[in-house]
Design a protein around this ligand. Structure first.
Ligand code: AMP
Ligand code: ZN
Length: 466
């Protein structure tokens, strides 16, 4: 498998540190609001990366953090007159609702920064002991000059960065590029006791510390949105490699941003979409399709039109699933018919093509094209006359190739309950419109299938005649 490594600016063969295992860390949300479609792209992309590794037989340890203490959390908690802890608890619950709704697999661990305060304090102390960090009146800064490789991920050197940072000179720092690893408590802020007085961790340190505690000194993959390359990931590298004397991550993956109608998404431009509002109207399959139908390193331009075209595309794929499900129910013939073994071999070639695309830096866009080719082929070659064996083979393949993308896993079959409840509603409507003929027909058709409707004062009840 090949992965584009931001650190090397090229695709590289993926070789895990431990055979058959992938340790990956993804920077997760700050839990102070519902997440938006930009965040959703990042979460869906790395969920797909994880699922595909699993499909290829790897065991994946997937860590995605919740940032539950920072300036935004504190501001929002103050505005809502609540505690940072309560705000975090609430939006973590909301995160799971939307992530589950998007069919995102639960992480192996979702650590919260505030659960690792002792470990973070130890981490900071060691940075100070090793001379990489210094305290100034209750704040602790990382000394970027001490880390010779500073800038290696974003491809910038310290001199250029320093020149650009002049405007933001803070007298307390020894160098404008130094960044806070521990922040002194300000009035009204939540804080924890530390060797430097009451305070709280800086943002970057939580990821360095939790990745180390949960996955070890060197991890296979570190990932996040492209906005995090600098300074967040650059600073994580500086902290982790200074403390651990080991490479932090072997591969750095970054997903490109989502824009809306070619503009940056923002509340003031009124082009801001939360996952919550879209999930009310569109299926998880449709939203995942949008996020995966382009390459993850290409910016995605979101629009309402895109939702409708993705919906139509998913319907085309599910139509094939529906036909196959029907044939599988209706066709009794288990044995392969003449020529069908050759057709099964032909189906397997689609799997090879799909794997080739996905192995090439998770090219979901091309993998989805293979799915459409497969569906076209199935529509031409499989019909009501096909044997059950070949129908099942095609259906299993569609589901198998949909699984790493988190799509095509639903059944198109309506349960008996849903069908009968729907017909009862139709009958009620017919009666209200005084269309007695239709109402009677619905009841008689059901009766012919052994389903009896009973009108009671509490409403219509139904049962299956034994
Ligand atoms: P945040 O809650 O802002 O810290 O973001 C959580 C994750 O979503 C991070 O990995 C960000 O890089 C990513 N992210 C934020 N905004 C966008 C966007 N517009 N497009 C894609 N990814 C984003
Ligand atoms: Zn992070």
């Amino acid at each position: 498998m090949k992965i584009y490594n931001t650190m090397k600016k090229m695709k590289e063969e993926f070789v895990p540190l431990n055979d058959g295992e992938v340790n990956m860390y993804v920077c997760g949300p700050t839990v102070y609001n519902l997440f938006h479609i930009g965040n959703a792209r990042t979460f869906i992309v790395f969920d797909t990366v994880r699922r595909y590794f699993e499909y290829r037989g790897y065991k994946v340890n997937f860590v995605q953090n919740f940032t539950d203490i920072d300036d935004k959390m504190i501001k929002k908690a103050n505005e809502e007159n609540t505690s940072v802890k309560e705000l975090g608890d609430r939006y973590i619950d909301e995160y799971y609702k939307d992530a589950d709704g998007l069919n995102i697999e639960r992480a192996t661990v979702n650590p919260r920064a505030t659960q690792f305060i002792d470990e973070i304090i130890d981490f900071v102390s060691e940075l100070i002991d090793k001379g990489f960090a210094y305290e100034v009146d209750g704040d602790v800064y990382f000394s970027t000059k001490k880390f010779g490789d500073y800038g290696k991920l974003s491809g910038q050197n310290l001199e250029d960065l320093q020149a650009g940072a002049r405007i933001d000179v803070d007298e307390r720092k020894r160098d404008p590029m130094d960044f806070a690893v521990w922040k002194k408590q300000k009035p009204g802020e939540p804080a924890w006791e530390s060797p430097w007085g009451s305070g709280r961790p800086g943002w970057h340190i939580e990821c360095s510390c939790m990745a180390y505690k949960l996955l070890g000194k060197t991890i296979d993959i570190h990932a996040g949105g492209s906005d995090l390359v600098f300074p967040h990931h650059e600073n994580e590298i500086a902290q982790s490699e200074s403390r651990n004397d080991a490479a932090f991550a072997r591969y750095w993956m970054h997903s490109a941003f989502v824009n809306v109608n070619n503009q940056k998404m923002s509340k003031s431009l009124n082009n801001f979409f939360t996952v919550r509002e879209l999930l009310g109207k569109y299926d998880a399959d449709v939203l995942r399709f949008i996020m995966l139908s382009g390459h993850y390193r290409t910016q995605l331009n979101f629009s309402l039109d895109l939702l409708d075209s993705a919906k139509a595309s998913m319907e085309r794929l599910y139509n094939a699933v529906g036909n196959l499900e029907r044939f599988a129910d209706e066709n009794a013939d288990e044995a392969l018919k003449e020529g069908e073994q050759a057709y099964i071999d032909n189906l397997n070639a689609f799997r090879d093509r799909y794997v080739e695309k996905m192995d090439d830096d998770f090219n979901t866009a091309d993998a989805i094209s293979v799915l459409f080719d497969l569906v076209k082929d199935i529509n031409i070659n499989i019909n009501a006359e096909s044997s059950k064996a070949v129908v099942k083979c095609a259906l299993d393949l569609l589901r198998e190739l949909g699984a790493p993308l988190g799509i095509l896993q639903k059944s198109t079959k309506v349960s008996l309950e849903e069908e009968v409840e729907g017909l009862i509603r139709d009958r009620q409507r017919a009666r209200k419109e005084r269309n007695w003929a239709l109402a009677d027909k619905i009841r008689d058709d059901l009766k012919a299938r052994g389903i009896i409707l009973e009108d009671t004062p509490q409403g219509v009840r139904w049962f299956i005649k034994q």
